[in-house]
Design a protein around this ligand. Structure first.
Ligand code: FDA
Length: 503
């Protein structure tokens, strides 16, 4: 087959891929971005790009016959999920043994489906996770650079205190306060000025219309509107969608050869393409990048990859849980989908937890306080190549999830005790589960910085092969991860463009 070649190729268009594409384009390097998902810029039959959360259609999920929402039930009934036609929808749930992982698919990766919480980790915890990284330089240069490019902003505190849309957050804050716990505002990339106009009835509602996990039609500064728009604006970056990189090998000239399946909207492979490049930047996310490299090492196409490729994977200690408030503590029928506050007990060295106060925007009063807890779970798992099935497996066990649950339970037992409240048992399926222990939103690690790569994301054993995404983060960062992923990618790109010979 004919080989399409470019000096640089970027795999994936999430945070890591988008930063790489912009900085390569600005440096005048012709770059091709390969993204397996679609470009989300054309309206469907309802006039909207993304489907409604309450009436999900084929646009909601990546090749499914039925949606698989994180909150599977209400009063134990599956009221949430719908049968859909398989299609390259925007949210994927990747199933491994004992753990499934939600990821975004499309131009913008996770930025299309996430809650937009843009949190910078505590410097002390960052330094603990990345001892080889100059923290002063990260906090002085790369975190500010990332936040500025991502369009991070904060909710107006006066509006927050008065609006019905954040009653759910204020009720959770009160319950945490009763237990002596500290809460803190968290920034977001959703445009809060726009949100206030939604509330005033002068702008089309998105965050105030329940939109988030299947995409926001307005208001959110996803990567297609920030980094990727700027990357395309350099004139040096080309984007190919519905193209999934399957295999990577080394070319005779020292560059890389990629085998890529181009799919149509039914998922059928319509063409298998070959791409060649001098420099290869992997931004497929913790799952995508790790899978490509584990397969390359273990099938022998890149045999010199380090033994640590595939190791050091964690869930950022994620677990979801919900409490039932007293009847007088209402959470409101109207809830914004963008979280703006967290319960910050990370400084509690016996049991560090940072819990995002999450919305449950289902349109009626539920008295439910929902949380996504991030715990300091030290458990890590490894990806391995299974030659029989040709797939990559994740060795995560139920006991490893139980560690996150135990930590979150300590914190929420305290909140329940102080408020004389109880947990909800009906939200995570028919088995009366209180803590969601079988899925996560924050997959991290697999190609850990300083282990599978050098201290800048250059993959060990090969030249001009780089990792720029969440697989560099060693399993935990203590807060929602995309600001850290973006800032690390900025640091990698600055170093690589300054030091490595231009392709
Ligand atoms: P990311 O997953 O963003 O991008 C990878 C891209 O590569 C995807 O577009 C994928 O389709 C593509 N790809 C993968 N393999 C490929 C292949 N072989 N060929 C071609 N393309 C390939 N974080 C946060 O900080 N604040 C928050 O509020 C939230 N909330 C949240 C909610 C939900 C529902 C989810 C699922 C996730 C979050 N997150 C979050 C997590 C955050 O979205 C996540 O950490 C980042 O998107 C990870 O960025 P990466 O660049 O690592 O990969």
């Amino acid at each position: 087959a004919a080989v399409d070649s470019a000096p640089a190729i970027v795999v994936g268009s999430g945070y890591g891929g988008a930063v790489a594409a912009l900085r390569l384009g600005q440096a005048g390097i012709r770059t091709v971005v390969l993204e397996m998902g679609r470009l989300w810029n054309t309206a469907g039959p309802d006039g909207k790009v993304f489907c409604a959360t309450s009436a999900p259609d084929q646009r909601s999920m990546w090749f499914r016959g039925r949606t698989e929402a994180p909150l599977a039930s209400f009063l134990w009934l599956d009221l949430v999920n719908r049968d859909i036609t398989p299609y390259p929808g925007v949210l994927d749930r990747v199933h491994y043994d004992n753990m499934s992982v939600y990821v975004g698919r499309g131009v913008g990766g996770g930025s299309l489906v996430n809650g937009g919480m843009a949190v910078t980790p505590l410097p002390s915890y960052f330094a603990e996770q990345f001892p080889a990284v100059d923290a002063a330089e990260m906090y002085g240069t790369y975190f500010p650079r990332a936040r500025a490019m991502l369009g991070v902003n904060t909710v107006d505190p006066a509006w927050f205190e008065s609006t019905d849309w954040y009653r759910f957050t204020r009720t959770s804050r009160k319950a945490a306060g009763a237990a002596g716990l500290k809460t803190t505002f968290v920034p977001n990339v959703y445009d809060f000025g726009y949100m206030q106009r939604e509330a005033a009835g002068t702008a089309t509602r998105s965050a105030l219309a329940g939109e988030v996990i299947y995409g926001n039609n307005q208001g959110k500064r996803s990567l297609d509107k920030t980094y990727l728009a700027a990357a395309l604006g350099t004139g040096n970056v080309t984007l190919h969608t519905l193209e999934k990189v399957r295999d990577i090998t080394r070319a005779a000239d020292g560059g890389y050869l990629l085998t890529v399946d181009r799919i149509d909207t039914t998922g059928a492979v319509v063409e298998t393409k070959q791409y060649g490049c001098a420099s290869l930047f992997l931004g497929g996310g913790s799952l995508g990048t790790t899978e490509l490299l584990v397969r390359a090492r273990d099938t022998g196409t890149l045999p010199d990859l380090d033994a640590s490729v595939g190791a050091g994977w964690g869930t950022n200690g994620n677990t979801m849980v919900a409490r039932a408030n007293h009847v007088w503590d209402t959470v409101g029928a109207s809830q914004s989908t963008m979280p703006v506050m967290g319960i910050d007990d990370w400084a509690n060295t016996d049991n560090p937890v940072f819990a995002e106060i999450a919305p449950l925007p289902i349109g009626f009063e539920t008295w439910i306080s929902l949380y996504l807890a991030i715990t300091k779970n030290p458990q890590r798992a490894r990806f391995t190549y299974d030659s029989a099935s040709g797939t990559v497996k994740l060795g995560w066990s139920a006991a490893q999830s139980a560690v996150s649950v135990a930590m979150a339970k300590k914190l929420f037992d305290r909140i329940n005790a102080a408020n004389a409240t109880i947990y909800r048992y009906d939200l995570f399926g028919s088995s009366s589960k209180v803590f969601a222990d079988d899925f996560c939103y924050h997959p991290l690690g697999g190609c850990v910085l300083g282990k599978a790569t050098d201290a800048y994301g250059r993959v060990k054993g090969y030249s001009r092969l780089y990792v720029t995404d969440g697989s560099l983060v060693p399993g935990s960062i203590g807060v929602n991860p995309f600001v850290t992923i973006t800032a690390l990618a900025e640091r990698t790109m600055a170093r690589v463009l300054a030091e490595d010979t231009a392709p």
